[in-house]
Structure formats: structure tokens, C-alpha cells
Write a protein that binds this ligand. Structure first.
Ligand code: PMP
Length: 459
């Protein structure tokens, strides 16, 4: 890479202004304000580079969105070329080339049956759009009683209020409870397996029966079931066995309930296939995408749906059946250009093909190096989404107490070893960019192992 750019502001200035003016997401600011922030200045491949030129392996793909590494010439060029044409124009009443071409490409690679693309800007808005589409659809179809939703226990679908209603977590969202709508919560197989020690097969059977009972009992009330297929990411990388997504899809269909797949995290190769739904050979009625859609470059989201749902909204202007939803930056040409370059790289670099051996390597190393550690209670993996659950006493299933801050301490330790990771409570999460090399995977695993060992020995 070229010369290190001279910082325009000193570290002292940036720290002081950050501490005085910024409010960071999902961050206890009291803790933040007594720490020296790590200021990221640049990116190079799978590395983040700080103001002083120190390099850190990006072990969580900058919050699960980076796909082909940072500062990729192909993506940079696509964005710059588009920038020289136009940065933004609206999709309300007009259209633009990158948005149109991307819609066509997305439909080509999406699970069969999906034909329409509705753009927005983040994972939460992709879900919000899906929920509203499903809700309005049933009213347009003459079934106004179908006004409720179903989702999985500890699901996470984003932080806007509709997304929080279906992704409620007591710890994060208790303050907003009066603002939220009702949702039926289905326990996923992980809960039975992890808490009752059942086999994968038995846990799945129990979860499917539970889903069948709730969905069939309330079939006249429920508009849609929304799930994160294959991996409940924010819950702590709770994995689902093959067959679960298919079973839920079938139960939803039998009961006239729309099936919304939230692939904001699992989409774009993260589980080893382009979309997690492909593992179970199913197509959702509505598919929510964001994060990796733009290669992790720019805020862009898409909600895909079928011609059946789309056509229910077609009517004369004055019938007002229109889908009245949109955001200023919907279909932003820069973000769509980045997404097109992202999809092109998947093809030209044969990303999914080359990912397979890396997934196997990761599985082997997790089994050999992480699983045997004294305080590792469970290692969960689907493709490049990994959760390592730590417990004070795995035998007797005694967790670490929140005041132990075990996850936070492990990630701090990893940072000292040149690796950026983020915990979800007591679960250490690894979600590397798909472009990571074998040597970099080695570093990620070794730094994680050493950090867990160092911290748990002291805890
Ligand atoms: N759905 C899922 C499954 C997610 O993992 C996330 C974010 N981690 C979201 C939705 C929300 O996406 P965003 O942060 O872009 O709003």
C-alpha cells in the first residue's frame, strides 16, 4: 500500500472531541469515556489500521458486513466511477442505472420465486419493510384479522420499533415494551439442546412440534413468521440443524402464514452458500438483505418478495393500495454500484468455491484448539459464523456473572494480540471476511485461543 496518510488531526484532539461529542451505539458511555479510543484510519484487506499505523485483523468483518476485505480496488473503482456520474438521485418517481441492474442481478441469484426488490438503507429497515409488506398484503387480500407476527425466542432483527417487536430481548428492550406490538415467540432448537442437553435431533423435533402448535392454533391471526435462517446471530450465534428452516417454512405455508427470511447477517456467503435458505432448499415469501449486500462498503438494504405479494398492491391510483414506504436514500446509486461490484467479485473470484476449504479448516481448528479449553462450554459454527460460549463451570453449567465481563476482557486481550473481535455476552464471536487467508485464519484462531486461556485462567 502507499504512504501512510498524515493525520489531519492529532490523536489528542480526536480523543477529546470523541469523548465530548460522540454517543456510540450499543456502548456504555461511562466505560467508553475513561478509555483511550482505538481510532481506525485505514483498511487493507482483512486488516484495520489505526492512527499510529498499528494493524489489527478484522475478526468480525466490521460488524459482519465486510466480504472481500477493505480497500478493494475493484469496489473502490466502482464507487469512484459512479461518483463521477452522480452520487444520488431518488427512486421516488425516477429510476437509475445501478439500482435497476442490481435488482435484476439480485433476482438472478436469489432463491427461486422472488421477483421484486424494494431498497432501503439498513438491516432494520429491510425487516421493517418486510413486516409492513406482509401486514398490508393480508388486508389487501381480504383477511384483515391477520395482524400478528411470530418469531423466534431471542431473535434479533434490528433496532427500529417494528424490528424490536419481533426481535425482543428483555435485557436490551425492556424500556420500549409499551411501544411494541404483540408477537408469538417460538423456542428454537438451540434452547432445548443447550439448556436441556438434548441431541440435535430431539431438540429439533421438540422445536418443530412447538412451532406447529402455536402457528396452527393462531393461523387466523398471524400475518407472518420471521426468522434468521440457520443462525440466530445476535442471540450468540445460535445455530439451527439442517431441516429446521424447511420445517418452519412448510408449517407456515400449511397455515397460510407468510415466511420472512431475515438474511441480513447470513446472506452473501456467510454460511457457505450465497443465502442460508439454500442449505434447506427453500424460498421465503420475503427475504431481507443488508450488511454484505454492498460488500460492507455502504449502507444498503433490500427486501425481496414474490410476484404474488407484489401484485396484491396493484390497483387504480385512487384505491390507495400503494405501498406507502420509502427513504430519502432508497436505491442510492453509489451503494448500488458497490453492490454490483461485490456480486461481480463473488463470480470472478469464485468466492463461494474457495470458501469451502476455509470453512473446513476453521472447523478443524476450532475443534482441536478451542473446544478442549477448560472454560469453553460450546463451539457453534455455520460457515464463517462462529460462537464460542464461555462458562465458569461447563460441567455443571454455571455461567460467568455479567460483572466478570468475561467476553469484553477476552476481546481486549485479543486486541493486544492484534485481532479485533467483539463478544455477545459470554460468547466470543468470530465472523471473518470471506476473503481471509489461511494464515490470517490461523492468527485469528490462535489469538482467540490464547486470549480465552489468559483471561479464564485469571478469572
Ligand atoms: N437482522 C439481523 C439478523 C441482524 O444480525 C442485524 C444486525 N446485526 C439486523 C437485522 C439489523 O441490521 P442493521 O444493523 O443494519 O440495522
Amino acid at each position: 500500500m502507499g504512504e501512510k496518510a498524515t493525520p489531519r488531526h492529532s490523536r489528542a484532539e480526536l480523543t477529546s472531541w470523541d469523548h465530548r461529542h460522540l454517543w456510540h451505539p450499543f456502548t456504555q458511555m461511562r466505560q467508553w469515556l475513561v478509555e483511550e479510543p482505538l481510532v481506525i484510519a485505514r483498511g487493507e484487506g482483512c486488516y484495520l489500521v489505526d492512527l499510529e499505523g498499528r494493524r489489527y485483523l478484522d475478526g468480525v468483518s466490521s460488524l459482519w458486513c465486510n466480504v472481500h476485505g477493505h480497500n478493494r480496488p475493484e469496489l473502490n473503482t466502482a464507487v469512484v466511477r459512479q461518483l463521477e456520474e452522480i452520487a444520488h438521485s431518488t427512486l421516488l418517481g425516477l429510476t437509475n442505472m445501478p439500482a435497476v441492474v442490481l435488482a435484476k442481478k439480485l433476482i438472478e441469484i436469489a432463491p427461486p420465486g422472488l421477483t421484486r426488490v424494494f431498497y432501503s438503507d439498513s438491516g432494520a429497515t429491510a425487516v421493517e419493510v418486510g413486516l409492513k409488506m406482509a401486514f398490508q398484503y393480508w388486508q389487501l387480500k381480504g383477511k384483515p384479522g391477520k395482524t400478528k407476527f411470530a418469531s423466534l425466542v431471542e431473535a434479533y432483527h434490528g433496532d427500529t420499533l417494528g424490528a424490536v417487536s419481533v426481535g425482543y430481548s428483555e435485557l436490551f428492550h425492556r424500556f420500549y415494551r409499551p411501544l411494541l406490538f404483540e408477537c408469538f415467540r417460538l423456542p428454537p432448537p438451540h434452547l432445548y439442546r443447550f439448556h436441556q442437553g438434548l441431541s440435535d435431533k430431539d431438540a429439533m423435533a421438540k422445536a418443530v412440534v412447538e412451532a406447529q402448535n402455536v402457528l396452527s392454533r393462531h393461523r387466523d391471526d398471524i400475518a407472518a413468521l420471521v426468522i434468521e435462517p440457520l443462525v440466530q446471530g445476535a442471540a450468540g450465534i445460535w445455530t439451527q440443524p439442517l431441516g429446521y428452516v424447511r420445517a418452519l417454512r412448510e408449517i407456515a405455508e400449511e397455515n397460510d402464514i407468510l415466511f420472512i427470511g431475515d438474511e441480513v447477517a447470513t446472506g452473501f456467503g456467510r454460511t457457505g452458500r450465497m443465502f442460508a435458505c439454500e442449505h434447506d432448499l427453500i424460498s421465503p415469501d420475503i427475504l431481507c438483505l443488508a450488511k454484505g449486500l454492498s460488500g460492507g462498503y455502504l449502507p444498503l438494504a433490500a427486501t425481496l418478495t414474490t410476484e404474488e405479494i407484489f401484485s396484491a398492491f396493484l390497483a387504480e391510483y385512487d384505491e390507495f393500495k400503494t405501498f406507502f414506504h420509502g427513504h430519502t436514500y432508497t436505491g442510492n446509486p453509489l451503494a448500488c454500484a458497490a453492490a454490483l461490484a461485490n456480486l461481480e467479485l463473488f463470480e470472478t473470484e469464485r468466492v463461494l468455491e474457495r470458501l469451502e476449504p476455509k470453512i473446513v479448516f476453521l472447523r478443524e481448528r476450532l475443534g482441536a484448539d478451542l473446544a478442549p479449553l477448560a472454560h469453553v462450554a460450546d463451539v457453534r459454527q455455520w460457515g464463517f459464523m462462529v460462537g464460542i460460549e464461555l462458562m465458569r463451570d461447563p460441567e455443571r453449567r454455571i455461567p460467568y456473572h455479567p460483572t466478570d465481563e468475561i467476553g469484553i476482557r477476552v476481546t481486549q486481550e485479543a486486541r493486544a494480540r492484534g485481532v479485533i473481535i467483539r463478544p455477545l455476552g459470554n460468547v466470543i464471536v468470530l465472523v471473518p471476511p470471506l476473503s481471509i487467508s489461511r494464515d490470517e485464519l490461523d492468527l485469528l484462531i490462535e489469538a482467540t485461543r490464547a486470549s480465552i486461556q489468559a483471561v479464564t485462567e485469571r478469572a
